[in-house]
Design a protein around this ligand. Structure first.
Ligand SMILES: [Zn+2]
Length: 240
């Protein structure tokens, strides 16, 4: 998403296959991320060369894309919990007036009619709602929003500790999610549970958390074996 990584645009690397001169002032320079050739001005001969960059590519890049998808999903949770928290605060602030109105409606309601019984029960719940309870719920909603925001931001940045945090926080909620489904199943709840299970499995298996499949050391070896930087810097890919 950040575009090409083209060291050959800034300086000349004659012993590497990073540049192909075209004419007096222009060249093609190779992107070290995707191997595309980019049309650039030829850098001056005396431009200082620097250590060649090693942008994410191959498996490491694929994994970051998946992790960022998970970060976006966490971002949706943040929006949900923020909306929930704001809604609860609004209810809390307006609660005394709401309860007075509910009382009035309740008194005028003909509770013998079947359709009104449901409404009466709902109004009764509202009248008996404990204000302190609502504050606690609002605080919990904001707490979840903050937790998931931390997960989203640092997953996006590729931090390994955020992967651990996501696994621990997600796993901690599984019992609650399963309890919720046992109470009253809905497609949305089952879907959310499945998404969380897939995310858990992916993080633990692919990112080798908790030492699974050899842990971080094995992951580093796998990624290093996937990309041979010496070869990539020295040779442009040939069309096979
Ligand atoms: Zn590129």
């Amino acid at each position: 998403m950040h575009g090409h990584v083209v060291p050959g645009a800034q300086a000349r690397y004659p012993d590497r296959q990073l540049q192909v001169p075209l004419d007096e002032g222009t060249q093609l320079a190779r992107c070290l991320r995707c191997d595309a050739w980019v049309h650039t001005p030829t850098p001056p001969a005396d431009a200082p060369t620097s250590e060649l960059p090693r942008p994410l590519r191959g498996k490491a890049l694929d994994e970051l894309v998946v992790i960022r998808a998970i970060a976006l999903e966490r971002g949706l949770h943040v929006l949900f919990f923020l909306a929930m928290g704001v809604l609860l605060v609004l209810v809390e602030v307006g609660l005394p007036a709401l309860q007075r109105d509910a009382q009035v409606i309740l008194q005028g309601l003909d509770q013998t009619r079947s359709g009104h019984q449901f409404l009466a029960r709902w109004l009764n719940d509202l009248v008996n709602l404990d204000g302190g309870h609502v504050w606690v719920l609002a605080l919990i909603a904001f707490g979840y929003a903050a937790l998931e925001a931390v997960e989203a931001v640092f997953l996006w940045r590729g931090k390994r500790w955020a992967e651990y945090l996501t696994v621990v926080a997600t796993a901690a909620f599984l019992p609650l999610e399963i309890y919720e489904i046992a109470e009253k199943a809905s497609l949305l709840k089952v879907g959310a549970l499945l998404v969380n299970l897939v995310i858990l499995a992916y993080l633990i298996w692919a990112k080798r958390l908790f030492g699974v499949r050899g842990g971080l050391a094995a992951l580093d070896r796998e990624l290093a074996a996937d990309v041979d930087w010496e070869d990539i810097h020295a040779h442009a890919p040939t069309v096979g």
